[in-house]
Write a protein that binds this ligand. Structure first.
Ligand code: ACM
Ligand code: ZN
Length: 553
């Protein structure tokens, strides 16, 4: 009897301890830089929100939205007021309620959250820092707060101090809206989920062989003709398509709406004008853009086309500069992505205008590169110079490095990591996006759904799941000097086989969450088992609440 009682008591004690322990586990993704727990908890229900006069409008709006969502949950008003007589240096012990205070000593995007029994103090030096603090704050609350669902809960948060900042400044996601088109609302939903996980760059792939998606006022045929194709390849068989007209594009008004929406979430939109390859949709619209003069068709199949822009003609550059003028008016981003990938040189080698240009420039094939590669360098440089005069910088896929790349370009390393390692060694800034880890269109497994939505290219038998992505260490292979050139990491979502939102999120989640820790979290704090735990305990429920599909772990 005595023995049983002892067992019962120790079980109870054990459970009690267990409960206490789990209380002190947070589910934040990406994992913050440091978390230390104190004693007790703070109850968010009904707490007053206060903010100082240095905060930006988007910050105050985000705070108001948080207070509102909490109110919807609890039914108890959280007042929102300007804080007076306090600043970031005010000790938490003399505060009561929730305070958002600008601390100019913190780095860009850095934030700090202190939780005491009577107050929460949130500090940052810029808008993004506050937005990330709010994202973290939300993840310390029940899933219902995310979903703005009513619950009976005082919303306790354990007393703690969180100090957090990103490992990399560039934390991107690319979406290919050309192979398959995603509506304005669908793009916004992707931006929403990026913001939840502190991604800050949306690389928008807008032009392709299979469709031109951006309204350009000076060249209306780009969208009248170039935005639509007569069929779509449905299986891995190149020769076959479904014969159904498919397409769509974004008006300039819609683009402005998306850029503004992203901006409020702390996300910069980087448009990609992919050149001089991947231009068939433009060439179908204006056949003089090609070496043969066409006729061309918006492509109905996937792959790499031999037909590329004719760069021996001045008129092609006039076109590119006009398009870039409108792009620069629409996108305030410092960087414009100019593609540069997969540009076969066959047509140039037999085009009178292109070969004449190579001769005029005195291009010869040597150990630095072929004549064709050097002609692409010439195109890259002219576009780079044109954009530089407008105060913009270029990003290009790692092919732009072939031949000789001009100073000031940023290289996006996709064909493995060697391009990035070489570029950084030469002093170029680099964004890492190797297919082996960062291609979210690659298959995650062998189920029917994996087969349906995943691209056909990956190596047979290799699985590109969240665990594989998570194992990526972006600085592997770089020496210290080169590592300083790594701006960050990007995941790419090519959509040849991703036909709708349902498939999109099956491919993106949970790889997006894994990606966010690769981008944000210091290596010492990364732990895949912990990521899986956080997904199961919390984040899949958040995805459910918002109706995002995902691939279960
Ligand atoms: C690419 O995947 N062609 C950049
Ligand atoms: Zn040509």
């Amino acid at each position: 009897m005595k023995k049983l009682a002892i067992i019962a008591i120790s079980l109870l004690l054990g459970l009690g301890l267990e409960a206490k322990k789990t209380d002190l586990v947070l589910n934040i993704i990406p994992e913050p830089q440091s978390v230390s727990f104190g004693k007790g908890e703070f109850k968010v229900k009904g707490a007053n929100f206060n903010y100082d006069s240095f905060l930006t409008k988007p910050t105050v709006e985000a705070i108001a939205k948080l207070a509102d969502d909490i109110y919807i949950c609890t039914g108890k008003v959280n007042s929102l007021a300007a804080a007076t007589g306090v600043n970031y240096g005010t000790p938490i012990e003399s505060l009561k309620g929730i305070f958002f205070l600008k601390d100019p000593t913190l780095a860009p995007e850095e934030y700090k959250i202190e939780v005491g029994t009577h107050a929460m103090k949130v500090t940052a030096s810029d808008t993004n820092g506050f937005l990330y603090a709010i994202a973290t704050f939300r993840q310390m609350l029940p899933v219902d707060v995310y979903a703005a669902r009513q619950i009976k809960d005082k919303l306790p948060i354990p007393c703690c101090t969180i100090q957090d900042k990103p490992r990399f400044s560039y934390r991107g996601l690319e979406l290919d809206c050309a192979r398959h088109f995603y509506s304005v609302d669908q793009v916004k939903r992707l931006l929403d989920v990026m913001a939840m996980y502190k991604l800050n760059r949306f690389h928008w792939h807008l032009t392709e062989d299979q469709g031109w998606r951006l309204e350009i006022k000076k060249y209306p045929l780009l969208t009248e003709i170039g935005a639509f194709r007569s069929g779509t390849q449905q299986t891995y068989e190149r020769g076959k398509n479904d014969g159904k007209r498919y397409g769509g594009y974004y008006t300039q008004e819609q683009v402005k709406e998306i850029v503004e929406y992203a901006g409020k979430l702390g996300i910069i939109v980087i448009p990609e004008l992919d050149l001089p390859g991947h231009m068939l949709a433009a060439m179908a619209s204006y056949p003089w853009l090609g070496c043969t003069g066409g006729p061309y068709q918006v492509w109905t199949r996937w792959g790499v086309s031999d037909q590329v822009l004719c760069v021996g003609k001045e008129k092609t550059f006039e076109f590119l500069f006009d398009v870039l003028d409108e792009i620069c008016d629409l996108f305030p981003s410092e960087y414009i992505h100019i593609g540069g990938d997969e540009c076969p040189k066959k047509e140039w080698d037999r085009c009178p205008a292109c070969t004449a240009k190579m001769d005029e420039l005195g291009l010869v094939s040597d150990d630095k590169g072929t004549r064709g590669q050097k002609l692409q360098n010439y195109v890259t440089k002219r576009v780079q110079d044109y954009l530089a005069a407008k105060g913009r910088k270029i990003i290009g896929w790692d092919e732009i490095l072939e031949g000789e790349l001009a100073e000031g370009a940023t290289v996006m390393s996709w064909r493995g990591t060697t391009g990035g390692i070489k570029a950084a060694g030469l002093g170029f800034d680099v964004i890492m996006s190797p297919t082996t880890y960062c291609y979210l269109d690659y298959k995650q497994g062998t189920t029917e759904k994996d087969e349906l939505a995943g691209a056909g290219y990956p190596k047979k038998g290799k699985v590109y799941d969240a665990k594989n992505l998570y194992s990526y260490e972006p600085l592997d292979g770089f020496d210290d000097a080169s590592a300083a050139h790594i701006l960050g990491v990007q995941g790419n979502v090519w959509t040849e086989y991703i036909r709708n939102e349902d498939q999109l999120y099956f491919m993106v989640i949970p790889r997006l969450q894994a990606l966010s820790e690769v981008q944000w979290t210091i290596p010492a704090n990364r732990n895949y088992d912990n990521l899986v735990r956080k997904m199961q305990a919390y984040h899949f429920k958040v995805m459910d609440a918002f109706g995002y599909n995902y691939r279960p772990l």
